[in-house]
Write a protein that binds this ligand. Sequence first.
Ligand SMILES: [Zn+2]
Length: 695
Amino acid sequence: MKFLKSWMRHGRRKKLARCVSTWSPLATAFNTRPTTRPMFDSLRERTGLFNKPELTSFEGFYTMKEQAIASTDRLIEEATSNPTRPMIEIFDELSDTLCKVADLAEFVRIAHPQSHFASAAEDACISVSGVVEKLNTHKGLYEALRDSVKNGTSGDQHLAELFLFDFEQSGIQLAEERRRRVVSLNDLILQTGQRFMAGAAKPRRVPRSIVPSNVRQFFSSEGDDIIVSGVYAECGEAAAREAAYKLYLAPDQHQDNLLTTTLDARHQMASICGFQCYADRAIKASTMETSSNVRQFLDILSDNLHDRAKMDFDAMLKMKKQETPYQDRLMCWDTPYFTHKAKTQLLNVANSDFSPYFSLGGCMEGLNMLCEELYGISLKSEEMLPGESWSPDVYKLAVVHESEGLLGYIYCDLYERPGKPHQDCHFTIQGGKQLPDGSYQNPIVVVMLSLGGGHRGGPALLSAGGVDNLFHELGHALHSMLGRPPHQHVAGTRCATDLAEVPSVLMEYFASSPQVIRRFARHFQTREPMPEDMLHRLCASKYLFGASEMQLQVFYSALDQHYHGPNASFGGRTTDVLKQVQKQYYGLPYVENTAWQHRFSHLIGYGAKYYSYLISRGIAWSVWHKYFEKDPLSRSAGDKLRQGLLRYGGARPPKMLLREYLDEEITPNKLATALAEELDYHKDQLDTVFRMLDK
Ligand SMILES: [Zn+2]
């Protein structure tokens, strides 16, 4: 009841305000895809990529690399000969020098459409990682840091420990023979891990004859073979989903060997470094601190989810029986399809009917509104200088605080183009850092999406999921912009993995709040606000079958923990472990003769940290519930979020940081409970919408 009341009150007020509104300059800029203007550009002075004068041509990477190497030598010299400033200052400068080249080069390698730029960047990446490798094994440097910690001359203790831990990952503290063993295990892990990841996404080629004839038309074929390139999760034909699932996930001995070798090497390496298991090593500097805390969190959450997920599965089974009355069991290949179907039914219109309300410019206006209300900062679209950008359709945003002035720059590379990775992500190009002369080095980041459209036909229109992704990535960017830590080594998103997703997941809650969406969702042609009925269906639909989806994430996380845990089972028994974990944590049965783990590349990339998203979400919900749920646009809550959390990045131990900001101890139990509360909250929201529809 309270829910309905507040929505009507706000609805009326905002509607009045909107009658007179027009698109802001920011929205207008983002509703037009930028192109090159050669005539005009030729009259202006050229700069380099990211406004760095060195990078007017690709050769600048060689200069930057040489300069970084020279500075590194100078800083090592300083650190190892009784320095006069705190050791941490030297280390952070060292880290800044290398990151500024490595992060920039890594981004350009991936994103620059011109091959000579991309390959010069790749070359710089390789050189810098060689330098980093040397530093990691530099005994003199390690001892200088270790001794400074002992003597109390290191400066910031937390940061010093993080640097020490980085060193110790390479086994530098060990006797020579054991250290060499760690280095060679690291090499092995890197190689087998990369090969596993490459194999995980490979399409499967099978003889035509083994694919049931009634579903062959769903797959592409080459000669006598059929190519299965995924699990066809949202395909409407149950038999095709089943066939794809079984064929794509059939066991692959080669993948199993690579996985087993990697897990085995990780376990050995962790043992040599004094850890009980690899997971403990991976989780050490995080919010959860130990793998036993993570397991406890997953177990409690799993209990919390059991009945809630079962309700989802029962509802899906009911849908399945209506579609195919002769099938009476819900299987793993059914859930994405029925979740999608139920959402479409609830929305009552095609997803494409929502898009006109989410023009890119309109969404950016929404983000700007949020930034102004919460933090007193505005996003200002700035014109790019000739040579500053890697592609003509990139936008540049200056982030400006009402009293502090410029906080940093966000480059928005949002449109798809040939050769660009089809991935939504956030890159740090330069971390924030206090400089010796008293000024602050502002952060520079890139937000990357792959939107279509935005040409003469009109602005890019985002799907509901696209809006979530844009808000999510901007959440990462704002973490960097709003942080002011003295050291770039821990600036913004360079914090514990299970803390890093908190600002971005929190932004998804904003993107799902009727009070927030109502402020910016307007039809790009008529400028009419999104109808209230549509708005509530949309917000509720985002969390439909949320419990079963979360249970799947718990299962994945638990598997990752088991493979990297103290009782890790190796030697080709990875499928047995999967079966056992699935039985314990997931509501749907294992399908015989499949080996889903052979396709789970995150086992390598996250390595015992796949759980991080769930922890971040539990924290984000606690933050939302405590400070924003009642009034999502509260300035005092925004300021508190900035001053109490975002400002620090990773500059303080995450558990302590959260304890002070949330004013309570963060325990596995608290976070597992928070996630159950989140599900119930969204379930109530759904029920309200269902009741509304019944009337
Ligand atoms: Zn993220």
